[in-house]
Design a protein around this ligand. Structure first.
Ligand code: SF4
Length: 350
């Protein structure tokens, strides 16, 4: 058995993979060995979640944000973007499109905004759940326990709260005025309320090391994260990290593969950020090394352009929902099929 195969087996069978094993896999340079990693991850994906690719429709309903994340174009100091918040009717029109495309999950995303009225969102959730049989994921950042509880009771099924890095020091450097411990506390609180948990990290952050990425993988295993998004850092001119290089797409794919092997039955999107870099559509590569989810964007074009966390996001000029048809073709082109189910968590929390 090759060294790589032995390490892959260890990472797959361990309850908590060894840090050195994860680092070893993330550091592979030889093309044949990287290929072995990707094929192993693809087999784990097939065995654990099947060949279906789940679609999650995303609606970016507001770009207001109170935070100052060092890499994000929506940070509150960026005065060059026009801020927007969609009305209930506009959001419900997006939901109608999502449902007409047969998609069974919506992700409602916004910056972390002070002005977001909890009751306004509660009403929206009631409307959505009254009209559609669809899973709702919220991605609104850190909120109070009362708000989490209120939205859960109003029908929210899942919550996506990315950590970006599990390195506390690096996290707090990139997120001034925020606390890593508070982030983790929110995730655990959400889990205790019965939300299905989504999280994720960014590859290529200034000051990030391979060891730090390896600890991200351990974090996802430890916290039993059900959906994990891994994307490259992409610099935005209106941020502190404007001059830092883009994350390496190959390293994103290695992280996707290793995370699939270590976390086994997680749902993992081939992220739009990855699809916005490299030659061709790198989401195809992610789907071949562990990913099983795609996220068509249903935000109306006039708003989609303004939700600029990073520049050069692919398909910002496509009409609302057009990505859905395109993704179906993409999935077929690699011999897979779209799984039109809700795609609930496969994790057991007992
Ligand atoms: S990453 Fe999220 S919380 Fe941070 S500035 Fe951007 S939108 Fe706000």
């Amino acid at each position: 058995m090759s060294d790589v195969r032995a390490v892959l087996n260890r990472v797959y069978t361990a309850d908590m993979p060894d840090l050195r094993d994860i680092e070893y896999l993330l550091s592979l340079e030889d093309a044949d060995q990287i290929d072995e990693l990707y094929k192993f991850a693809d087999n784990v994906r097939r065995e654990q979640v099947g060949d279906g690719v789940l679609l999650r429709g995303i609606v970016e309903f507001s770009n207001y944000c109170r935070n100052t994340c060092a890499y994000c174009g929506l940070n509150k100091y960026n005065k060059q973007i026009r801020r927007y918040r969609m009305a209930h009717d506009e959001i419900m029109a997006c939901l109608d499109k999502i449902v007409s495309c047969n998609t069974k999950t919506v992700v409602l995303q916004s910056g972390e905004e002070d002005e977001l009225d909890a009751a306004w969102l509660q009403d929206l959730l009631f409307k959505i759940k009254d009209k559609h049989d669809i899973a709702v994921t919220l991605s609104l950042g850190e909120r109070s326990d009362q708000e989490f509880e209120m939205w859960r009771n109003a029908g929210a099924d899942r919550y996506l709260l990315k950590i970006e890095t599990s390195d506390k020091q690096l996290y707090e450097k990139l997120h001034p005025e925020m606390s890593f411990d508070r982030r983790v506390e929110c995730l655990r609180k959400l889990g205790s309320m019965g939300y299905q948990l989504g999280s994720g990290c960014m590859v290529g952050l200034k000051g990030q090391t391979t060891a730090s990425l390896a600890r991200d993988v351990q974090f996802f295993v430890r916290e039993k994260i059900a959906m994990i998004g891994i994307g490259p850092f992409i610099p935005h001119s209106q941020t502190e990290c404007a001059n830092h290089a883009c994350g390496d797409v190959e390293l994103v794919c290695k992280m996707t593969a290793v995370t699939r092997i270590a976390t086994k039955n997680t749902h993992m999107p081939a992220t739009t950020a990855l699809g916005s870099l490299g030659n061709g559509d790198m989401r195809l590569k992610a789907l071949a090394c562990g990913a099983n989810v795609l996220m068509p964007n249903f935000t109306p074009v006039e708003y989609k352009k303004l939700y600029e966390i990073y520049p050069g996001k692919r398909c910002v000029n496509e009409p609302t929902g057009a990505c859905s048809g395109c993704m179906e073709k993409m999935v077929k082109s690699i011999g897979r099929y779209v799984d039109w189910a809700r795609g609930d968590t496969l994790k057991s929390y007992n």
